[in-house]
Design a protein around this ligand. Structure first.
Ligand SMILES: [Zn+2]
Length: 472
């Protein structure tokens, strides 16, 4: 038998395979990061869940998402996250915080809003809030948020420029509002000073890929009509969002009706303040035409169930606002009134609070609760074109969640699991704007040990400043 034809066929076959591999390799498009395997909860228009899916990421954005086999055929990357057996979701959006207030966590609890604010928080702030306080608190808050899968947060505080700096360094996305309030505060002593600060702050951060600088008039009862109008004019001129508090307590509603002849929402509309750049925290006490006004003006409303419960502020009519097409998101509020920055607890609470309050277990489903922390949260911050779902073209803000912890076994429905059973500690890997900021529970952009030491040192200073002893 002549062996040569067989040899020839073998060699040709090997060469052909090598050649086709090379063509496949060269045809595959290189990207910055591939997330491979796992069940992707997209939160897109159809609420698709892609089993054994994959995501290709380049320059901070999702370039492709689909079945793993398709993505692997088309894309290649040196950097990969193996997510086999995990759940992949959009990053969570904390719609309302005062991030440095983590340093006041547990300082004063079990009080109503007025007593808590005037007897404890305002004095503690007057004595302690410096740029250093704000930086240390922000780093602690950012570490807690990343560990719990929050990739975007909306903030209102003092020295917001320092908050923006820390946030950008940690690689977290933020809508960050510098407070404007009608009494002297830590960073600015007058409205003129505050407006000058905001001017510089917004100019410095505008166009940054992570930071959206905003103006934050504190509330309609702490900022005059003239200053509210000036804040709105500033927003019109610069495009900066407006972050504020509206209708947080029954007392605020009653005082507003007495003093201004209208609810806080109706008053703000009357003076021409409301539009689709406004992000309003709380709105616990809307009434009458308020629902229609909020919807028509495109105001984003951020519900903070745990903070409202803890300060006994009331229960916001969230199902009614959602039915009226008000853009709704979810937040923790500052950690001093919560006492953490954990969006998993907030999702669990929002679903349960409204069931018990209305007597209807169908009133907010697990899926709707998850929407409030993702795609609806993005709408409330007016960022739905950029974040809130995993879709081609959107920013790559992605969580990889461990599904093997005892509290998640067995698993029947992914939304039920995410809202009622998943814990913040189940978040394993966090990607923000295409960058891995936590990998297998290890923070990559923040030094956790240093953060804890710095924050503990502030505890002693704060206690001393208030002349109380505190209890450990
Ligand atoms: Zn607040």
């Amino acid at each position: 038998m002549n062996p040569y034809p067989t040899l020839f066929i073998c060699v040709s076959l090997i060469l052909m395979t090598m050649l086709s591999n090379v063509t496949a390799q060269t045809r595959r498009q290189p990207v910055d990061l591939l997330v491979l395997g796992g069940a992707i909860v997209t939160m897109d228009q159809e609420r698709r869940v892609i089993n054994d899916g994959a995501i290709a990421i380049s320059q901070g954005r999702i370039v492709a998402i689909g079945p793993r086999a398709d993505i692997e055929r088309e894309y290649t990357s040196r950097q990969k996250i193996n997510a086999t057996g995990k759940v992949i979701t959009p990053g969570l959006i904390n719609g309302h915080t005062h991030v440095p207030m983590v340093l006041f966590r547990g300082l004063a609890d079990d009080l109503d809003l007025q007593e808590w604010l005037t007897k404890y928080i305002f004095p503690a702030e007057a004595k302690n809030v410096t740029e250093e306080f704000v930086r240390v608190g922000t780093r602690l808050g950012l570490a807690e948020m990343i560990r719990g899968g929050t990739t975007t947060y909306c903030d209102m505080y003092y020295f917001e420029d320092a908050i923006a700096d820390e946030t950008a360094k940690a690689g977290v996305r933020g809508v960050l509002g510098e407070t404007v309030i009608d009494f002297p505060v830590a960073d600015n002593k007058s409205n003129a000073e505050a407006m000058a600060y905001v001017e510089k702050f917004v100019a410095r951060w505008k166009g940054h890929e992570l930071i959206i600088p905003a103006i934050a008039p504190h509330a309609p009862y702490t900022v005059s009509e003239q200053h509210l109008k000036a804040a709105r004019a500033f927003s019109d001129r610069t495009g900066a969002p407006i972050v504020t508090h509206v209708s947080e307590t029954k007392r605020e509603l009653d005082d507003s009706v007495k003093d201004k002849g209208a609810s806080p929402v109706a008053y703000l509309d009357r003076i021409g303040f409301l539009n689709d750049r406004v992000i309003a925290a709380h709105v616990v006490w809307p009434e009458g035409s308020d629902f229609e006004i909020l919807s028509r003006r495109g105001v984003g409303v951020v519900h903070n169930p745990q903070s409202n419960m803890k300060l006994a502020a009331g229960v916001a009519p969230v199902p009614k606002m959602m039915a009226a097409n008000v853009l709704m998101g979810l937040g923790t509020d500052g950690a001093a009134s919560n006492n953490d920055l954990n969006m998993w607890e907030e999702m669990d609470t929002v679903a349960k609070l409204h069931k018990v309050f209305s007597g209807d277990p169908k009133v907010i489903s697990a899926q709707q609760a998850f929407e409030l922390a993702t795609i609806r949260g993005a709408q409330a911050l007016h960022l739905q074109k950029e974040i809130g779902s995993l879709e081609k073209g959107k920013r790559a803000d992605i969580l990889v969640i461990n599904r093997d912890t005892l509290n998640q076994i067995p698993l029947y429905n992914v939304y039920s699991d995410l809202v009622y059973a998943t814990k913040a500690s189940d978040v394993e890997t966090v990607v923000i704007n295409g960058r891995i900021v936590m990998r297998n529970r290890r923070l990559l952009t923040l030094n956790e040990t240093a953060i804890k030491t710095e924050a503990r040192a502030f505890r002693d200073r704060i206690i001393k400043s208030l002349g109380t002893s505190g209890t450990r």
